[in-house]
Design a protein around this ligand. Structure first.
Ligand SMILES: O=c1ccn([C@@H]2O[C@H](COP(=O)(O)O)[C@@H](O)[C@H]2O)c(=O)[nH]1
Length: 233
């Protein structure tokens, strides 16, 4: 089932049972779900099958980063499992991104292919630590331009960068933004954060929300509060 909602709930759980327990309370008409490294490493393709069986569109967030041939094969494998969206790291370079896109096109998949720019958990000082002299904003811009040129449907970035990326890559280029923190939630390990309302106002296409929902005393109350903030309830 497809939905007009921009919300993607990150099912970052330690077991498939726990993830499906929340999925059973969510409505695929009101959100999409994201399967990341922890859940997929524990549950594998069965998790995707179970979520698809419940009617959800799934973002498989494994952030592939390897040589072009390997990433193209991994992206194809994800598409064969019917995921709605899959991602790679833009820092894998244009040849890697182009190989992934070419593989999807060659096999006729319409899976959305997104490139991670700079993780939302990183700030300027973290980039300096790994030898990148650029600010996070400049590095995101650089990688987004490369991703756009390499045929990606959009990028993962923080909502702090959404408006600028719309200016330089156009409004059709997707901005998938984690680091979403409603007023009631703590930033925790995230560094570049925005509230749901700020993210939408900045032009984000999709908001990825994990712990503010999954770790809430009542996840459904937290989700409803976010929907209310966005006036989509
Ligand atoms: O730059 C990125 C890329 C991916 N993520 C993922 O999004 C969720 C965010 O979870 P929260 O609990 O809301 O912080 C998580 O699955 C990350 O792996 C990201 O945060 N930043």
């Amino acid at each position: 089932m497809s939905t007009a909602s921009p919300l993607i709930v990150a099912l970052d759980y330690t077991s498939m049972d726990a993830a499906l327990c929340l999925a059973d309370r969510l409505d695929p008409a009101r959100c999409r779900v994201k399967v990341g490294k922890e859940l997929f490493t524990r549950g594998g393709p069965d998790v995707l099958e179970a979520l698809h069986g419940r009617g959800f569109e799934v973002f498989l967030d494994l952030k592939f980063h390897d040589i072009p041939n390997t990433v193209a094969g991994a992206v194809q494998a994800a598409a064969e499992q019917g995921v709605w969206m899959v991602n790679v790291h833009a820092s894998g370079g244009s040849r890697m991104m182009e190989a992934a896109r070419e593989r999807l096109d060659r096999h006729g998949f319409d899976t959305l292919l997104i490139a991670v720019t700079v993780l939302t958990s990183l700030g300027d000082e973290d980039l300096a630590e790994i030898g990148l002299p650029a600010s996070t904003a400049a590095q995101v811009e650089r990688l987004a331009r490369l991703a756009h040129k390499s045929g990606m449907h959009g990028v993962v970035c923080s909502a702090q960068e959404s408006a600028r990326l719309t200016e330089i890559c156009g409004s059709d280029f997707l901005k998938v933004t984690p680091g979403i923190r409603p007023a009631f939630a703590a930033a925790e390990d995230q560094r570049r954060v925005r509230t749901p309302g700020e993210a939408m106002a900045a032009g984000s296409s999709y908001l990825v929300i994990g712990r503010p929902v999954t770790q809430a005393e009542d996840p459904m109350v937290a989700l409803a509060a976010i929907e209310k903030e966005l006036a989509i309830l």
